[in-house]
Design a protein around this ligand. Sequence first.
Ligand code: PBG
Length: 331
Amino acid sequence: MTTAPYPALRMRRGRSSAWMRSMLAENRLHPSDFILPLFICEGSGAEEPIGSLPGASRWSVDRIAAKAKEAASLGIPCIALFPNTPNELRTDDAREALNKDNLICRATKAIKDAVPDIGVLTDVALDPYTSHGHDGMVDGAGWVINDDTVAILVEQAVVQAEAGADIIAPSDMMDGRVAAIRSALEDGGHQNVAIMAYAAKYASAFYGPFREAVGSLGRLKGDKRGYQMDPANIEEALREVELDLAEGADFVMVKPGLPYLDVVARVKDAFGVPTFAYQVSGEYAMIEASAAAGAGDRNALILETLMAFKRAGASGVLTYHAIDAARLIQG
Ligand code: PBG
């Protein structure tokens, strides 16, 4: 590339008017870039605000379809569902995860019945169902047992697919779960149910508000560093993605989002597959706290951070700001 030196070339010419900036924009946000995570609770007519996630709530099953309809009407293509399992149903073996009538299955059916055109993504992991808050079965030493956990995750995935889930998203970071889930979905006649693997999921301090939302916060003994990735690593993330793709993942995800955009960019460059990012609860809370403190304009912070995902190469973003952002984009 040859570049004429100043003053022949003035980069600011390209920034000199709104139409010029619009014409030259390399990336654009669109409502179809977003996946909206929603939390579900028991009860009827219920909306439970989540303290550490201001502006987000848990909704009872009878109100979830209305939220899905609102998202669909704004052009948001997909919803991710997370349950707040009643305390008395949380056990060491997470058996409520396999109940065909659990919160996730009822919410999935309610949405698919009322809003057939929006996708439903369901999370495969046991933390909303275990008494100890870990994503799998735990042995006496506190270690999450890989293969026993995978066997349950497979059943959980099939139960979700039978309820109508379109995308199964394993967020547990067990080894070998994608292959096991893919083969069970094929055997069960769910060939069109996709897998979005949380392929590079880090042991992060940014998940706090989510754990409050699903009710696992006070329960968690220890931490998740025995299965989620070390924030120091990126080569390992590429290896995780390669493995999940080899096992049959259709799409991959990097999580958290903003602090891990380098990982998003490397994964997208290396594999060229649909690569999603999860702007997680702590990131959302940071933006809200910053805006509430008067440190920045809320709408601008939302759009700028979401644009950063596009620039890094993300195919889409799971974000609690999906509805706000879709409204802002549509003006
Ligand atoms: C559970 C799961 C977590 C998130 C999504 N699925 C929490 C965790 O791993 O502890 C976090 C999402 C967020 O913080 O918004 N396996």
